[in-house]
Design a protein around this ligand. Structure first.
Ligand code: HEM
Length: 633
């Protein structure tokens, strides 16, 4: 009976084999989701129905897209002794101290790829050159600015990085191939494989960063990193007189994570060091008995929560600019009943009505928390990076449209690493922040992968230049294959999405279809994930693909709901009254900028969010209550 249900003709034949593992209830939910998918409807539904769809999808992904790759051998510990975020991410999971700590395995959202295409099929350089390489810069209009681009790098450096092997691999242009990689050949370190001790996934990779949303990008990923950034006075972090990061004797910035840093990225680190230090001042004023350690620990909790909140209800809302996602993201933080209700009554109604933040217990859906290989892959968004940064003159009085005049264009390659730090200190924090605010970032589209990053001197883990350059575009194609991340169509099937059967299902663009055919023939199964995600027709208002988005639906919620410090310990006992109030009052990046540069947004920002282009118009007032809106954008 059950089996005959799974083969209902209405269900896409390529999804039928995944269904027998579902119970009847989930199967019914799947049928609803699948029907909506077949009609291509969810983002056009009235807002409440759109939210219901996303709720069902998230439930299915929580049940069928979380895989634990290896048994952990951590210890039980007393959570009361660890009412703070430890330097290396240990002691967060309530019963296993190792979960989510530095150096643990990446998880999976789906089994490793089953297709047996080789690592060089098709050649990564051909894929990169014919489909990814930038022809002419495509921007995101006024939706997303350079602060938004750097913000996501700031987050990536909080969450994920693969440990490398000591063995190198070389990618050479195929024989006789012209117009390939600017480097013709380049070498890089393989991703290091470790035995998992588990029978289903025999080997896997380690995350050198702590995957928790714990601000490790400014605090470091272990004791050594933490010691480097602290002043050990009043809980504060090191920062220089000009408000920017301090540097060591080699000119490398002193911060939690300095790998592949550049001017805008280190600017955001500096901004949040300022935020941390301001929280320390507030705590010291409220709780004069706190010593350096207590001030540091509480300020770290508060600042990390501010970062997580900005990402949830400000950055993501701009990335996925629709009413449905505005509501969904606010529900993740405040719950369906909203901020006012939560402020008045507290978290009294469970995660849906009162939000994931503040739930009584962390929830991991039976799979210990980690970030996943697939999560890394969908964040391969180097096309967000432009070719140069447009510096603006903020010495003149602001014009009516709040757009400062252009001073000069600085090539991105001059803003990387130590040279970038030097340029940033000449430019200064305010001018750089305003300039970034006014510049649109690149779009996640084909033919928009920056050329300069195809000839990049990458950094090692300490922020030192590697001796030889790499072509990032070819390397990214290779990395997904090397890590056995499913190719695009298998990825979609594993996410219970309808797979494509011809190129026309992916895009309407004839020129793109021709190029895809040139590289992959008619074999849609061969399509690389990174290419599919960049080529996919986008939902109106979304700056990323729907396929990437469904990974976010699952993982963005998980970063909050699996973390003790956003759930059972999100309380005044752990954060202090003053600390919780600080998080609660901060609603956006604009609030943080206003705190540290009181005149900046008043003078230079016209739009509603600090992540959209600053001189664009603010969001128009919509008098229809959010939940009653009909279409989602
Ligand atoms: C100037 C800016 C940036 C530089 C120089 C840079 C450079 C790099 C380098 C060298 C790697 C390692 C590649 C490898 O060995 O596989 C990397 C990885 C990565 N980058 Fe960037 N990146 C920049 C900005 C960004 C931005 C804006 C994003 C946006 C999401 C991003 C997302 C990622 C991701 C997801 C990885 C993979 C991490 C992993 O393998 O664990 N990066 N980047």
């Amino acid at each position: 009976m059950a089996l005959s249900l799974f083969s209902l003709p209405f269900i896409h034949p390529q999804l039928r084999h995944t269904l027998p593992r579902m119970n009847l209830f989930d199967f019914i939910l799947f049928c609803v989701v699948h029907l909506v998918d077949k009609l291509g409807l969810w983002h056009r539904l009235p807002l409440l129905l759109g939210l219901a769809y996303l709720g069902l999808r998230r439930h299915l992904h929580q049940r069928y897209n979380l895989f634990h790759v290896a048994p952990l051998h951590g210890h039980h510990y007393d959570t009361l002794h660890y009412a703070y975020r430890t330097p290396d991410g240990t002691c967060n999971h309530p019963s296993d101290d190792l979960v989510g700590s530095q150096g643990t395995f990446f998880g999976r959202n789906m089994p490793p790829a089953t297709s047996d295409y080789g690592l060089l099929d098709p050649h990564p350089t051909v894929v990169a050159s014919k489909l990814l390489a930038r022809k002419k810069f495509i921007d995101t209009g006024s939706q997303f600015n350079m602060i938004a681009c750097s913000w996501i790098q700031f987050m990536i450096h909080d969450w994920i990085d693969h440990l490398e092997d000591t063995e190198q691999v070389e990618i050479r242009d195929p024989d006789g191939y012209l117009g390939g990689c600017p480097l013709k050949s380049f070498k890089f370190f393989k991703t290091k494989k470790f035995k998992t001790g588990s029978s289903n996934m025999k080997t896997s990779h380690l995350n050198t960063r702590t995957p928790w949303w714990d601000g490790s990008v400014i605090y470091g990923n272990n004791e050594k990193g933490m010691t480097r950034v602290r002043t050990f006075k009043d809980g504060k972090l090191r920062i220089s007189e000009d408000g920017l990061l301090e540097h060591d004797e080699k000119g490398i910035p002193i911060s939690g994570d300095v790998r592949n840093c550049w001017a805008d990225f280190s600017l955001l680190q500096a901004l949040f060091v300022k935020e941390h230090n301001a929280v320390c001042n507030m705590l010291k004023a409220h709780y004069p008995d706190f010593d350096d350690e207590q001030l540091y620990r509480h300020a770290r909790l508060v600042t990390s929560a501010v970062i997580a909140k900005i990402h949830t209800i400000d950055w993501t809302v701009e990335l996925l600019r629709t009413d449905t996602l505005l509501a969904a993201m606010r529900i993740n933080w405040y719950g369906f009943l909203g901020k006012k209700f939560k402020d008045l009554f507290g978290h009294i109604c469970g995660p849906i009505f009162s939000g994931l933040v503040g739930t009584r217990k962390p929830i991991d859906h039976g799979v210990p928390y980690s970030l996943t290989e697939e999560f890394v892959s969908v964040y391969r968004m180097h096309s967000l990076l432009p070719d140069d940064i447009v510096l603006r003159d903020i010495k003149l009085p602001a014009a009516e449209d709040k757009c400062p005049p252009v001073l000069e264009r600085v090539p991105m390659s001059n803003l990387l690493g130590k040279e970038g730090e030097r340029r940033l200190s000449e430019i200064g924090m305010e001018q750089m922040l305003v300039s970034m605010g006014h510049q649109s970032c690149g779009a996640v589209e084909l033919w928009n992968y920056p050329t300069w990053i195809r000839n990049l001197i990458a950094h090692d883990i300490d922020g030192e230049d590697r001796p030889d350059p790499v072509d990032m575009a070819s390397m990214e194609v290779y990395r997904d294959r090397e890590r056995e991340v499913a190719r695009y169509n298998e990825f979609r099937r594993n996410l219970l999405m309808i797979p494509i059967s011809k190129w026309e299902d992916l895009t309407d663009d004839e020129e793109v279809i021709e190029a895809l055919r040139e590289v992959y023939g008619d074999d849609v199964e061969k399509l690389d994930l990174i290419v599919g995600l960049h080529a996919e027709k986008k939902i109106k208002g979304f700056a990323i693909s729907e396929t990437a988005f469904f990974i976010f639906v699952l993982m963005a919620s998980r970063r909050l709901e699996a973390d003790r410090f956003f759930t059972s310990n999100f309380n005044s006992k752990t954060y202090t009254e003053g600390g919780l109030e600080w998080v609660n009052r901060t609603e956006s990046l604009k609030d943080v900028i206003d705190r540290h540069f009181p005149d900046m947004t008043r003078n230079w920002m016209r739009c509603s969010s600090a992540f959209s282009v600053w001189n664009s118009m603010p969001n128009p007032t919509n008098y229809i209550p959010l939940y009653l809106r009909l279409a989602s954008s």
